[in-house]
Write a protein that binds this ligand. Structure first.
Ligand SMILES: NC(=O)c1ccc[n+]([C@@H]2O[C@H](COP(=O)([O-])OP(=O)(O)OC[C@H]3O[C@@H](n4cnc5c(N)ncnc54)[C@H](O)[C@@H]3O)[C@@H](O)[C@H]2O)c1
Length: 313
């Protein structure tokens, strides 16, 4: 079961699991996801089923009873920091109550394990040492409702593991980028830049562009989900899924402009509040527990993303 299966990361994950000859049930309320992202998955015929359903709905239990999934990859979320600040109630409705509805349905239907999409960008606040290790999250205080609900999720997952025999692995994702990322959101700087460059608009960099992020390619990310679905692997663990490498936004802008042969200089706008200055996630633990390591060099990933955005128009 892949929740958020019509979204950016979720749809790539469906493709990957289907290619491994798994049976996949995807669920998405299409709030941000797109049916078009599932074109490849649909080609797998009976191996693939899609439900246009909200994770908060009562019908969730019936779907779980019908399919009795072995593993749930939980990616459906209110995934915007800004939206969470504007409407904390809606954020918690999806990211907390939706999660609990999902965990109840999972425990009731005998699901073995939940692999959860946690947020490496909001979990640690402004880290003192980079790349940041998972142990730094103890005592961390996420500042946005999104960061808070994602952090609370790990505690709920631990509760269900202890009391309901439902195992989990939480993957703290860095800045994921790649084909199909929605360029109309506030996050996903690479998708936003690529879309604007291709359509002849000038991208805006907020701040001086020297802030750093850890960019991880979507194929590498879904590989981590696939590995984490194995029984007893990284049981009850939270693992960083990032490259450990800091890249500045200016650097990414230049590389992407080169890949798209665009010459325009960016606009610079005021810095956004609530954003960290520097972040990179240490992936050592994911290598030890999952045998996961990022493969894709940023320049190669940017080229692949640029080509996909160009093809998609
Ligand atoms: N992309 C990143 O850089 C990144 C970084 C850290 C964590 N994450 C997490 O990874 C997951 C996937 O992110 P993404 O970038 O693919 O985002 P996305 O918005 O493309 O995917 C999320 C999907 O969930 C669906 N959804 C939202 N609310 C729902 C609900 N109530 N019921 C059913 N479906 C619902 C949306 O329609 C969307 O398709 C999210 O949980 C996000 O918080 C992403």
């Amino acid at each position: 079961m892949v929740t958020g299966g019509a979204g950016f990361v979720g749809s790539h994950l469906c493709d990957r699991l289907l290619a491994e000859e798994g049976r996949v049930v995807a669920m998405d309320n299409l709030r941000h996801g797109r049916i078009a992202n599932l074109a490849e998955a649909r080609g797998y015929g009976k191996q693939f089923t899609f439900y246009n359903m909200d994770i908060r709905s009562e019908g969730l239990r019936t779907v779980f009873e019908r399919h009795r999934p072995d593993v749930v990859m939980h990616l459906a979320a209110q995934a915007s920091v800004t939206a969470s600040v504007a409407d904390p109630l809606n954020d918690a409705g999806v990211n907390v109550m939706g999660l609990l509805n999902l965990l109840e349905a999972s425990a009731g239907a005998g699901v073995r394990k939940v692999v959860f999409a946690a947020s490496g960008g909001t979990l640690y606040g402004e880290p003192r040492k980079l790349p940041v290790k998972e142990s730094s999250r103890r005592g961390s205080r996420p500042v946005s409702p999104y960061g808070i609900s994602k952090k609370a999720a790990e505690l709920y997952l631990s509760f269900y593991r202890r009391t309901r025999d439902l195992d989990f692995t939480a993957l703290a994702l860095a800045n994921v980028y790649g084909p199909r990322q929605d360029p109309s959101g506030e996050a996903g700087v690479i998708a936003i830049f690529a879309h604007r460059m291709i359509s002849g608009q000038t991208p805006t960099i907020f701040g001086d562009g020297e802030q750093t992020r850890d960019f991880v390619f979507v194929d590498d990310t879904v590989h981590a989900f696939a590995l984490a679905s194995a029984p007893d692997r990284a049981s009850g663990a939270l693992l960083n899924i990032g490259t450990g490498v800091e890249s500045t936004v200016n650097q990414v802008y230049r590389s992407l402009a080169k890949a798209l042969t665009v010459k325009a200089r960016p606009y610079y706008g005021p810095e956004r509040s609530g954003e960290v200055r520097r972040i990179a996630l240490d992936p050592t633990q994911a290598e030890a527990e999952l045998g996961w390591r990022p493969w894709t060099k940023l320049d190669d990933g940017l080229r692949a993303t640029a080509e996909a955005f160009r093809r998609a128009g």
